[in-house]
Ligand binder design. Structure first.
Ligand code: PLP
Length: 430
């Protein structure tokens, strides 16, 4: 198809010539960034492929078991593949882990004992972990089991408060939890290198504690994973990066033999551990999703970089900014007005392959203190490796954007959001 046909296509799908041309102009400046993203994807693709070949993934691995799931070759091989990708002794990769929060709760609850203390040296953890830990009182929290929690906030410049961290470590500190992605906060996302520096500092003072990294949204963004720099456990969700958009459920914990065994005994039962847990028919999606994950993550990253540069050029505050190096796939765009946030989300929704004709509306979501708007037209419900956006309807009216299974789709979604924002007069093209 030649270029003029392509713009016709865009026009039919609601993108004006001006919006398309503005996007094209921004893209011309991103060639080198995109090239670097592709090189990381190539590296990680080889890493995943090598792990699959070395572990002799076979056609038989794609079959599933039922019932107890004893001797599930596909499940056991997949867990070895994850361990090889993350360079860990072992891994637990299961559809019975229902989401990212569940995987994190499992890693924490299984590796802490009554009387132990959990430390977060990087400030407040992700919202849903507040109830897991008991920062907000909740049934079944770590706090109810007599596990205490300590937190050291980052310094105002985003650095680690080493003095406070050293003071917070004590004989009861058993697990240290480090969140890689900023989540819905304004702090920068941690690079793997910085996570490594933090872990070294902690292990020098407390060699027997377990360092767990909440790896959500970070997988395959860099060449190294936190487990390459000393983390005892990397934990995440399969409906984010490592599921490659194909996994319809699931979570993983990749780590030391001891930590993974603790988690397995908690997920199933003491005495049963990793030996049970039928994979049913889900393994082809887990394998193929992991195989695609490096390039899918690259598509999402290109979308994030493109969005940052578009909206930065139009004068909005974006985090990370257009030039910064990336350590996760989330992009925040601050609109300052509810109209801008809503228009952005409407555009993302209209670009979706599923439910493109519905209009997202702000609603009172449980657990939030303001209305929230969400745009998602995904094949897997709630999947945020697919093109999606959301934001709370309160100042500074920031949209959090992530995902895109293919780069052309991520690009289209961002142009659609821009079209809506231009029409709502939330931004003005130069
Ligand atoms: C998504 C996410 C979680 C929780 O995952 P869910 O699957 O939504 O339960 C935890 N931490 C971070 C940083 C996340 O991005």
């Amino acid at each position: 198809m030649n270029e003029s046909n392509l713009t016709d296509f865009y026009r039919e799908l609601g993108i004006s010539g001006r919006v398309f041309d503005f996007g094209k102009q921004i893209l011309e400046e991103l060639e080198e960034r995109f090239h670097n993203i592709d090189e990381t994807a190539e590296y990680n693709q080889m890493k995943v492929l090598k792990a699959m070949q070395e572990n002799k993934v076979s056609e038989a691995c794609l079959l599933g078991t039922t019932g107890y799931g004893y001797n599930d070759l596909g499940r056991e091989t997949l867990e070895s593949v994850y361990a090889a990708v993350f360079h860990t002794e072992d891994a637990l990769v299961r559809p019975q882990i229902t989401c990212g929060t569940h995987a994190l709760a499992l890693a924490l609850m299984s590796n802490l004992r009554p009387g132990d203390e959990l430390l977060s040296p990087v400030g407040k953890p992700y919202d849903t972990l507040e109830e897991v830990i008991g920062i907000r009182p909740s049934r079944g929290s770590l706090k109810e089991y007599g596990i205490t929690y300590r937190q050291v906030d980052l310094l105002p410049d985003g650095g680690f408060d080493y003095e406070e961290i050293a003071g917070a470590l004590n004989e009861r500190t058993r697990v240290v939890t480090i969140q890689r992605s900023k989540g819905y906060q304004t702090r920068p996302t941690l690079s793997v290198q910085r996570i490594g520096e933090l872990i070294s500092f902690i292990k020098e003072r407390k060699p027997d504690c377990f360092c767990m990294v909440d790896n959500c949204y970070g997988e395959f963004v860099e060449r190294l994973e936190p487990s390459d720099v000393g983390a005892d456990m990397c934990v995440g969700s399969l409906i984010k990066n490592p599921g490659g958009g194909l996994a319809p459920i699931g979570g993983y914990i990749a780590g030391t033999k001891e930590c993974v065994e603790n988690a397995a005994c908690r997920l199933t039962s003491p005495g049963l551990g990793k030996e049970v847990g039928a994979s049913l028919g889900i393994l082809p999606q887990f394998y193929q999703g992991l195989f695609l994950a490096p390039t899918v993550t690259a598509s999402a990253l290109k979308g994030a970089v493109f969005a940052a540069n578009i909206y930065e050029r139009l004068g909005l505050r974006v985090v990370p900014d257009g030039k910064e190096s990336r350590h996760d796939i989330i992009q925040a765009v601050t609109f300052g007005t509810p109209e801008g946030l809503i228009a952005f989300c409407e555009g993302i929704q209209e670009a979706a392959p599923v439910d493109s004709y519905v209009r997202p509306e702000p609603w009172d979501m449980p657990g939030y203190d303001s209305q929230v708007i969400m745009a998602a037209g995904a094949f897997v419900s709630g999947s945020s490796i697919e093109l999606s956006a959301d934001g709370p309807l309160k100042p500074p009216y920031a949209a959090y954007f992530q995902g895109g299974l293919t780069w052309p789709h991520a690009k289209f979604g961002i142009l659609k959001s821009l079209q809506h924002c231009v029409e709502a007069k939330a931004v003005q093209l130069p």
